[in-house]
Design a protein around this ligand. Structure first.
Ligand code: SIN
Ligand code: MN
Length: 272
């Protein structure tokens, strides 16, 4: 068994995550690792065939496909890599497990947006008692304000869980509360290149706008929970399952593996 890497992040990184609710690490992945991940995206047709639209309440739609078991391809090797798992363990301070991964796509010239929300607005409903959870955002195409990159409110995880209600097919945070938080907390755009990653706390408020460019916007998101926060009931995402950790080099070594339909896609209705 591959051990989890220690000291992937500095103390300054860990402090920044707890202060801001997110941590951006530029060039965290090598060019070779990015090529393997982008290759998976291009070769694994099921990722797009199984994608489902999510209406944003304003006539637009985004697309996502979601799976619970990390899998044996490059995406799974990333989610299970000693280095990424090591970084997430440092940030959450407990043994972590893979809660789910998803691919969020925005087609060229599509207006669909993700409304303001906290991921814990969803996960609270799943019987996760504490917000000891985070997501790693891994852009597989350049992300800018023009194509609807992730935008966050710095420090907003400290506001605690905000009430959420249905907006289209999504779960949106109370707009009045968001407006008040927006007036006091800095809005930050995760403008990024493939290779950059962002770790973000499950209570940080985030959104993303439509894609106003001629290229798809492709974002892989890998979510982790802590062992001590094992959900109180079975639901559409994973209960505690130890991670079979792999060396970081496996992201490249598994570039030929195509999971296709063997991936445990979360069914259309319950996804997220
Ligand atoms: C997005 O794909 O821009 C939104 C991601 C998220 O809400 O986690
Ligand atoms: Mn989210």
């Amino acid at each position: 068994m591959t051990p989890i890497a220690s000291d992937v992040l500095s103390e300054i990184d860990v402090d920044a995550f707890h202060r801001d609710g997110f941590l951006v690490r530029r060039g965290f992945l090598s060019a070779e690792q990015v090529a393997a991940l982008v290759g998976t995206l291009e070769r694994d047709a099921a990722l797009h065939e199984r994608a489902m639209p999510r209406l944003d309440g304003d006539g637009g739609a985004v697309e996502l496909s979601v799976w619970n078991e990390p899998g044996d391809d490059s995406f799974g090797a990333l989610a299970r890599s000693d280095r990424l798992v090591g970084a997430v363990t440092q940030l959450l301070g407990d043994e972590v497990y893979h809660y789910h991964s998803k691919l969020n796509s925005k087609r060229p010239r599509s207006a669909g947006m993700w409304v303001w929300h906290q991921d814990y607005g969803y996960w609270y409903e799943n019987g996760c008692l504490t917000p000891d959870m985070l997501t790693v955002a891994v852009p597989l195409s350049p992300m800018s304000r023009d194509n609807g990159c992730l935008e966050l409110l710095r420090g907003s995880h400290r506001c605690g869980r905000v009430d959420h209600a249905r907006v289209g097919d999504q779960h949106g945070a109370d707009p009045e509360r968001v407006a008040e938080i927006e007036a006091r907390f800095e809005k930050v755009a995760f403008e990024s290149e493939p290779g950059d990653v962002m770790f973000f706390h499950c209570n940080v408020l985030h959104t993303s706008a439509g894609n106003d460019t001629d290229r798809s916007r492709e974002l892989l998101l890998v979510a982790y929970n802590t062992k001590s926060n094992d959900p109180t009931r079975p639901h559409h995402h994973a209960a505690y399952t130890p991670i079979d950790v792999l060396p970081d080099s496996d992201i490249m070594a598994r570039s030929g593996v195509v999971m296709g339909e063997r991936r445990t896609f979360v069914p259309r209705r319950s996804a997220r």
